[in-house]
Ligand binder design. Structure first.
Ligand code: ZN
Length: 468
């Protein structure tokens, strides 16, 4: 399809700014437990009452030696951040902040770099890595949903300990609405975790998503909600929203291949009529739509339907990038997951994942050149939660972003994707007091982001290796 045809089809579709409603989470019981050295994991899943580092409603003054605020192109030196309750009240030169917050509790990060809490816009809390089909099937066939939800809650804590104060979790892979329950437990203060935007079950049509088997006598668990036809899809969107979906996720394509012109292609899952119904119903209910779309065919199909985000998008061409820019469609490139799964999948006979790594590097260059809004999104869960989520930054920099661009992709740009720039993604007055700190300078070495040593979410400190 030419850009012109695609653009014409898209022009007929208004793209409402369907934004998930912000829910102010209730304050959490603080769990300030330093993890064992070298392990980014909070000790204890359900902590008992502990001494809060920051009393709710109290004024706290954070002294930032270097501040990367998520918006400015340069770091600011010797800054003060006044936190009142769960929000930032003031940001400015240290002397001025001291004057405004006389008598406040001081957090000394004067030898550290302070940043906004990080946002990962593509996660799977309910998945524990799936290099092969067997890995995936093991989880769906041998683990109950309650067991998977317990691991999901642990994963949410791991993410927060690594400085991720917000996750957009894009489907439970057969664990039904367990993402909504994890979110509820976090918001009710039962467990520590990031702010969550959840998509619940995701959609694919009959026979187009695992687990499938040639044995027609078996009815195996599905990794998605199976839906066919516009009416059934509308009903299913309403059902997911009823049970707590903040966004709608679907699988646009499968069976990826390179054609004779070396273009990454794919088989499309839904008819245009079905996708139009899905996107229309989701937007009517105020929910954005995220499309898993890997090959050119799948990306075109998703864009024709008016989706809000492309997930993976390894086959983004110059013309598709232009369409994404014109229609404000964000891209979550999920780079690291491919490096993680490709060798194992090649060993199992699927060599295309290695080729897709090279193709995505080219897509990244094209998208940056065109000005596509690229959000940090890792697909963690597709790779094990024991891996550092922030590893993705290194690849974004290797693929052509400056460290500052990569950091914005995980802060202000990621917050825009969520429609939450007034609340999240920057260190500015009025935003939630979601702050993190690292000892070194991530602008010199982006891997410093894998060593987050201090975490505050909503004015409550959850990790405190420095700053006392
Ligand atoms: Zn994913």
């Amino acid at each position: 399809m030419t850009t012109r045809t695609l653009a014409a089809l898209l022009a007929a579709l208004a793209l409402p700014s369907a934004l998930a409603a912000q829910r102010r989470p209730t304050p959490l019981p603080p769990q300030i437990q330093a993890p064992p050295p070298g392990q980014a994991v909070v000790a204890g899943l359900i902590g008992g009452p502990q001494t809060p580092a920051v009393q709710r409603g109290a004024v706290v003054l954070v002294h930032a030696g270097r501040l990367i605020d998520g918006v400015a192109d340069q770091p600011l030196l010797d800054q003060g951040i006044v936190v009142q309750g769960d929000r930032i009240a003031f940001v400015g030169p240290w002397a001025e902040a001291q004057r405004r917050a006389a008598g406040a509790t001081v957090v000394d990060l004067s030898r550290a770099t302070v940043l906004p809490g990080l946002i990962d816009n593509h996660t799977h809390l309910l998945l524990q890595g799936d290099i092969t089909n067997a890995d995936y099937e093991d989880q769906l066939l041998r683990q109950s949903t309650p067991y998977r939800a317990i691991l999901g809650a642990r994963n949410a804590q791991r993410a927060l300990q690594q400085g991720f104060t917000v996750l957009r979790d894009v489907e439970t892979e057969g664990a039904m609405y367990a993402d909504v329950d994890i979110k509820r437990a976090i918001n009710n203060g039962e467990i520590a975790g990031p702010r969550l935007w959840v998509s619940t079950r995701s959609f694919a049509p009959t026979g187009m998503y695992p687990i499938t088997t040639p044995n027609w006598e078996l009815d195996l668990p599905h990794g998605v909600q199976v839906v066919d036809g516009p009416d059934e899809i509308r009903r299913a969107v309403r059902e997911q929203v009823r049970f707590g979906a903040d966004l709608i996720k679907f699988y646009a394509d499968r069976r990826y291949y390179f054609d004779s012109t070396r273009t990454l292609r794919s088989w499309v899952n839904f008819t245009d009529e079905e996708l139009r119904a899905m996107v229309d119903e989701a937007h009517r209910l105020g929910r954005p739509v995220a499309a898993h779309a890997v090959g050119r065919d799948g990306i075109e199909s998703a864009l024709r339907a008016g989706v809000n985000t492309i997930e993976h998008g390894y086959g983004i061409s110059d013309s598709l990038a232009q369409v994404m820019v014109r229609h404000n469609v964000y891209w979550c490139p999920t780079i690291y997951v491919n490096y993680y799964v490709a060798p194992g999948r090649a060993a199992a006979g699927a060599t295309i994942y290695g080729q897709m790594i090279e193709e995505e590097q080219r897509a990244f260059t094209r998208a940056m050149r065109a000005g596509v809004k690229i959000s940090f999104g890792t697909d963690v869960g597709g790779f094990a939660w024991t891996e550092p989520i922030a590893r993705e930054f290194s690849y974004m920099v290797q693929y052509g972003m400056t460290p500052m661009q990569a950091l914005k992709a995980a802060t202000s740009v990621a917050a825009e994707l969520l429609g939450q720039q007034a609340n999240l993604g920057s260190v500015q007055a009025g935003r939630f007091a979601d702050l993190i700190a690292v000892s070194g300078d991530p602008l010199q070495d982006i891997r410093e982001m894998e060593r987050v040593r201090w975490v505050m979410k909503g004015g409550v400190v959850y990790r405190e290796e420095i700053g006392r």
